[in-house]
Ligand binder design. Sequence first.
Ligand SMILES: Cc1cc2nc3c(=O)[nH]c(=O)nc-3n(C[C@H](O)[C@H](O)[C@H](O)COP(=O)(O)OP(=O)(O)OC[C@H]3O[C@@H](n4cnc5c(N)ncnc54)[C@H](O)[C@@H]3O)c2cc1C
Length: 367
Amino acid sequence: MRIVVVGAGVIGLLSAVQIVADGHRVVLVDQADIPFAGSTSSDWHRVIRALHLDDPVATADAVLAHHQWLRLQRLLSTRIYEPVGALHVLPADDLARAQQVLSGAGSGAHLFGPLSLASTYTQIRFPDGATAVLEDLAGVLLADRVLAACRGWLRQSPRAELVPHRAVVAVDADNPAVRLADGEVLSADAVLLTAGAWSRGLLPAPLADELVLCRQSMVFCGVPAQDAAVWSATPPISTFGTSNGGWLVPPIAGTPLKLSAASACRVVTEVGDISTPAYWRDHLVEEFAPLVRGLGADWLTGGRDAYYLMRRSTGGPMVAVLGERVVSYAACGGSSFKFAPLIARSLVRQVSGAAAGAEPVLSPTVP
Ligand SMILES: Cc1cc2nc3c(=O)[nH]c(=O)nc-3n(C[C@H](O)[C@H](O)[C@H](O)COP(=O)(O)OP(=O)(O)OC[C@H]3O[C@@H](n4cnc5c(N)ncnc54)[C@H](O)[C@@H]3O)c2cc1C
């Protein structure tokens, strides 16, 4: 089978790897470089956190994803995952439930009371009385390394063709094919659209209208040399229990400290540049100064904005079945990177007509 994949972010690249691993041929097309520094997937890191407190199924899927990433790391022969756990500040009343949900999914968890939390992560000023859970089967994915390793692996395969700098402008859902900006048509047995934040341009109007485009700012920091040891033993913190929805990724494997918050997300109309406006850089420094001891503008080494789509009705991703062998996956913010191995496997099974496996089935939207 020959499958055309449009978009070489994490979803497209892992789908292409899956297609080759399944014995098919893949043509992976991107409007820019492969990988593209302006894609949402391109960054120092992304986090796997398994705990979804009110959703044991998503928690179990995330634990499965943790194991899949370790498997992928072996396949790609590159260090792409630092399984250092993930820390969540939660109300004391939720700790036992969090531990139960994680243990039900096969993950260990360590609980922190206010004193042990403050004395373990001395560089963080947690809100008064904060308690937390540290989950085991979680950690930091080195995002840019993931993308580069997938490209390297695909380049070695005679069954993979990489086509950078060719934008797709139209999709034939009845006779699987895509039309490129220069008029060339690529026909295939199946087409997978994984165009990330650009997906609306390839979808029929009713589906495109269901997607909201968001932009989020992140800042990168260098930490003082005297704090390097405590930072190197710090896991990603997915929530501080603060109303701004702040989170951080520690400096790990040579990466900088990364800070962002839900309060740095806004709805926009178009995908634009990825530089972080001064207003949002200052906003993040202001939000984190009370949480990270010593943090000031002098810590900043850079910033980056990223775009994502969310489905208006659910806030999550959208899977759209456009034809018998043409499927689109519009990823969301927050969790599509960590689930990418499961998403890719599910999408490839769907377009190739293979029997469904044990992995979660994505609920399709049929136009
Ligand atoms: C600030 C932020 C933090 C996040 N943190 C996490 C996290 O910690 N954990 C997690 O699991 N997830 C996280 N996510 C979500 C995750 O990063 C994204 O959902 C995921 O990277 C999207 O991947 P993608 O492959 O769908 O899209 P992208 O990476 O954007 O790739 C899409 C590709 O399609 C190409 N393309 C688009 N249109 C066309 C066209 N017409 N023709 C040809 N090529 C085209 C683009 O050039 C691009 O290369 C975060 C998202 C944001 C914004």
